[in-house]
Every structure is written in structure tokens, then in C-alpha cells.
Design a protein around this ligand. Structure first.
Ligand code: C2E
Ligand code: MG
Ligand code: MG
Length: 321
């Protein structure tokens, strides 16, 4: 569908409830079941039809509570931004950090992004979470850069979801974050996945161009999980490519070095910095370095840590209380 000059993709998720005298005393109960089935359809990827099954009820209560919990969590600062080091393989120094969300839920304990980002994306709360990550990361990055005068400067990258990219407000948010924090141009990088960019390449290209003009860096996340080629993606103004950890994990198999080597070589020819995700062992780090990969991120170099620990690691002053 076209709306003015924008291409908009519309999908429908449909939930069906079948009348059952036992469990449906009235129309309201039936509607509720249909809604549960509809939400189930959305959660299973959308653009589909689901018929209500009683088992869906249990799942629904989880999701609905998670959603209300999340609004409260934002107010109470239960959702935090953690930072995982990205290391320069040449000398093993910290080149930057990736911001990753963690939720310390009062009842469920620490939740990983995979447990709450999908709900946040469906409810729109991802916009608030994204802004939290952006603002917090910019503030920390400014503190790291005050402490470390290195060339190239220490950088930070923040994940951006498709819902954020589709809003023009992202430009305004990035602009205001860059204005309010003293950050070296290009060192606050936005991470976008290949699938996100390919959803609407023309629109994405325009947005990326404008983000770059504002002074943001652009990093292509999880590269290799989609079907697009680096040569194609080179039309977008990325400065960094992150190779998905599935390529690094296949340790010992003969094909790994061949594919990895060609991705790395092509990225270099295209003038992109290369970060390998999921370097878990010293052996991974050595092999990646030998293949010409510039940077790596993974358990071999450290798991995501709190903002406070990250400051300590780079020798930055702790945040004033
Ligand atoms: P991602 O952007 O690809 O982030 C890398 C993920 O790999 C992180 O998972 C990280 O903890 C994990 N990882 C790092 N090193 C290793 C390793 O050596 N081995 C293994 N097995 N895993 C490693 P995490 O923190 O669970 O985040 C998962 C995904 O959630 C992220 O994938 C990203 O897509 C999303 N995410 C996290 N924070 C945000 C955010 O602020 N906004 C948005 N939109 N998405 C976010
Ligand atoms: Mg990422
Ligand atoms: Mg990734």
C-alpha cells in the first residue's frame, strides 16, 4: 500500500473463538478468547489466523503481566543498560562496547533481551527502551572519552529495532542525544540488522544517510544471517560490519575459515571495519586475527557488565551520585 510517498506493508492477524456453552456464558467471554487467539497469532510472527485453545490462556497471562510489569519497570529503573567490550585483536585493547539491555525483574530475576524485547516490540514499548539505551550509552561514552584520549576514539554501539527506524523521531532523538553529550563524531554507532534494512531498502537507505549526516556511526549487525550480500549492502552507509556468531561457532569445520576469510576480505576491500561476534575462546581470537579480522566481541573478552564496571574498566570517573 502507498501512503503519500511512503510504502506501507499491512498485515492482519486474526483470532477465532468457537462458541462453547460451558466456557462462554456471554459474548464478552467469547470476545476475550478471540482476542487471546489474535494476540497469539501476532506473537507467532503475525499475518496469520489462530483458533483459540485453552492453553493459550496461560501464555496470555504471562505476556500481559510482562507488559504491565515493563511499564512499571521503566519508571523504577529495573531495566538497565549493560556493556560488552569489543576488543581490537591486534593489541587486545578495548576499542568500544555494545550496549545490551538487562531487566532485573523483582519476581522473575534477571531477564535477557530475548525474553522481553519481542513483547516490547509488539507493544511499542521498544521505543522507550530504545531511547533509554541511546541516552544511557551516550552518557557513558562521553565519560569514557573524557578519560581516554586514544585515536581512533573509544566507541559505543546501540541496537536499533525496526519499530524505531520506522519513526522519524529516531532522527530527532539521535540528534538531541548527540547535542547533549560531548561525543566524537561517528563514535556512537547504531546497530541495525540486515533483515531490518532489507525490509524496506529504499526507506532504510534514506534514514541511514540522514543518521550518518547527524554524526552517528552505522554498524551492520548479525551479518550473514540473511540472504543479502555485502556487495549489495555496501550501498548503505555502514562503517562497520558485525559477523554473526554462527560463523565463528563452527570451530574445527573446514568451511569456516573459507567463508569467514572471504567475508573479512570483502569487508576490508569495501573499507568497512569488521567485528566478529561470539568469540568464545582464545583459539577463536587467534584464528580471527589470522584471518585479518580487526575486532572481536565475545565471552573470550568478557560478558556484558554494568555501566559502573565499564567505567572502572576504562578508568573513567564514577558517575556523580
Ligand atoms: P546482538 O545485538 O547480536 O547482541 C549480541 C548478543 O550476543 C548479546 O546477547 C550478547 O550477550 C551475546 N554474546 C556476546 N558474546 C557472546 C559469546 O561469546 N557467545 C554467545 N553465545 N553469545 C554472546 P543478549 O544481550 O542476550 O542480546 C540479544 C539480542 O537482543 C541482541 O543481539 C539484540 O538484537 C537485542 N538487544 C539487546 N539490547 C537491545 C536494545 O537496547 N535494543 C534493541 N532493539 N535490541 C536489543
Ligand atoms: Mg547488536
Ligand atoms: Mg549481533
Amino acid at each position: 500500500m502507498r501512503f503519500t510517498d511512503r510504502e506501507i506493508a499491512l498485515f492482519a492477524s486474526i483470532g477465532i473463538a468457537l462458541y462453547d456453552q460451558q466456557i462462554h456464558p456471554g459474548a464478552a467471554e467469547m470476545l476475550e478468547d478471540a482476542e487471546i487467539a489474535m494476540r497469539h497469532a501476532k506473537r507467532s510472527g503475525g499475518n496469520r489466523i489462530e483458533v483459540f485453545r485453552p492453553a493459550m490462556r496461560a501464555q496470555r497471562s504471562d505476556r500481559v503481566t510482562l507488559e504491565t510489569d515493563m511499564r512499571r519497570a521503566l519508571e523504577r529503573s529495573e531495566i538497565k543498560v549493560f556493556f560488552q567490550p569489543i576488543v581490537r585483536l591486534e593489541d587486545r585493547t578495548i576499542a568500544g562496547f555494545e550496549a545490551l539491555l538487562r531487566w532485573d525483574h523483582p519476581r522473575l530475576g534477571r531477564l535477557e533481551p530475548s525474553e522481553f524485547i519481542p513483547v516490547a516490540e509488539q507493544t511499542g514499548l521498544i521505543v522507550d527502551l530504545g531511547l533509554l539505551a541511546l541516552e544511557r550509552t551516550a552518557r557513558e561514552l562521553a565519560a569514557w572519552q573524557r578519560a581516554l584520549a586514544v585515536d581512533p576514539p573509544i566507541f559505543a554501539s546501540v541496537n536499533i529495532s525496526s519499530r524505531q527506524l520506522l519513526r522519524h523521531d529516531l532522527l530527532r532523538d539521535v540528534k538531541s542525544v548527540l547535542m547533549r553529550n560531548d561525543i566524537i563524531k561517528g563514535s556512537l554507532k547504531l546497530e541495525l540488522t540486515e533483515s531490518l534494512v532489507m525490509e524496506n531498502p529504499e526507506y532504510a537507505a534514506q534514514m541511514l544517510m540522514r543518521l550518518k549526516e547527524l554524526g552517528a556511526g552505522l554498524s551492520l549487525d548479525d551479518f550473514g544471517t540473511g540472504y543479502s550480500s555485502l556487495a549489495y549492502l555496501q550501498r548503505f552507509p555502514f562503517d562497520t560490519v558485525k559477523i554473526d556468531r554462527s560463523f565463528i561457532k563452527q570451530s574445527g569445520k573446514g568451511a569456516r575459515p573459507i567463508i569467514l576469510r572471504s567475508i573479512i576480505a570483502l569487508a576490508q576491500d569495501l573499507g568497512l571495519d569488521v567485528v566478529a561476534e561470539g568469540a568464545e575462546t582464545e583459539q577463536d581470537a587467534i584464528e580471527l586475527y589470522q584471518l585479518g579480522c580487526g575486532y572481536a566481541q565475545g565471552y573470550a573478552f568478557g560478558r556484558p557488565i554494568s555501566a559502573r564496571d565499564a567505567r572502572r574498566l576504562v578508568g573513567a570517573a564514577p558517575e556523580a551520585a
